[in-house]
Design a protein around this ligand. Structure first.
Ligand SMILES: [Zn+2]
Length: 269
């Protein structure tokens, strides 16, 4: 390899890394993402037929409403395509604090989430099981193996250095049928598929004085070791969002799988 081509390669790698945090459509097609989604939730999704998700119940969900939306509109009216449009960054694709309006996983399609976990509070409640969590007992859904995944997170964290315990004790909570503050959208806590760790060490964009789409300087006190363990078991972290919520972890195996695929393709999501 000549010195010139080596330098060119270096530029190529640098460009690929620059693109990581802003990946939107890129090289992973919607069809590939939907295939991953189907394989992630086989108990609910029976097939992808053209532009529709066909559920085992017989119901269908249109994946793309064809509307062009800005970020706030995506958060409010996300179709499935919007919900998969930002690639959750993993490994070398994780380039530190998120850029403006980079919220991978925070854009959710309400119809899909309700189909996956329960359309009403009673339906969601009926799926819960208590999981022991550092001296507390947390209600977590048994749907899609969320309870078992959280137990794996806990068991791995128990093997981690003792200095991380303070972030894990006195968790903020798990199941709570409620809307996200300042919105009329259901939180993932409504489905028992999210956990807030100790609120004492959290940073949250609203508490930091942020407005939707206008968030103050990113802050975080949660150690990387904790995030890596959650991600190993298919939970995403709210600390990777522009609208940051560093106590928050939610079960999104489809986004972890798409993130890994992007990483294998040089972070070209
Ligand atoms: Zn939360």
């Amino acid at each position: 390899m000549t010195a010139l081509s080596a330098a060119g390669l270096g530029v190529g790698i640098a460009l690929a890394m620059l693109g990581a945090n802003t990946a939107n459509a890129g090289s992973i097609s919607l069809a590939e993402k939907l295939e991953i989604l189907k394989n992630t939730y086989p108990a609910v999704i029976s097939e992808i037929r053209g532009s529709e998700i066909v559920l085992k119940s017989g119901k269908t969900i249109v994946t793309d409403d064809g509307r062009d939306k800005d970020h706030q509109s995506k958060l409010k009216y996300a179709d499935v395509e919007d919900s998969l449009s930002q690639i959750y960054p993993l490994g070398v694709c994780d380039q530190g604090p998120p850029t403006v309006n980079f919220d991978p996983g925070r854009i959710r399609n309400s119809a899909l989430m309700r189909s996956l976990y329960g359309d009403t509070e009673a339906m969601a409640k009926a799926t819960l099981r208590k999981v022991e969590w550092f001296g507390r007992s947390l209600p977590v859904t048994t749907r899609h193996g969320v309870d078992v995944a959280l137990e794996s997170v806990r068991d791995d964290l128990k093997k981690s250095p003792k200095k991380i315990r303070k972030y894990l004790v006195k968790p903020g909570g798990s199941f709570s049928w409620r809307v996200i503050a300042g919105t009329d959208r259901l939180s993932v806590h409504s489905f028992g598929a999210a956990i807030d760790i100790n609120t004492k060490y959290t940073d949250y964009w609203r508490w930091a004085g942020g407005q939707p789409g206008d968030v103050p300087i990113y802050k975080n006190k949660i150690p990387k070791e904790i995030v890596e363990v959650f991600e190993r078991h298919d939970f995403i972290w709210g600390g990777k969002w522009y609208h940051f919520d560093t106590m928050h972890f939610e079960y999104r195996p489809e986004l972890i799988a798409i993130g890994k695929l992007a990483e294998s393709r040089g972070c070209d999501g």
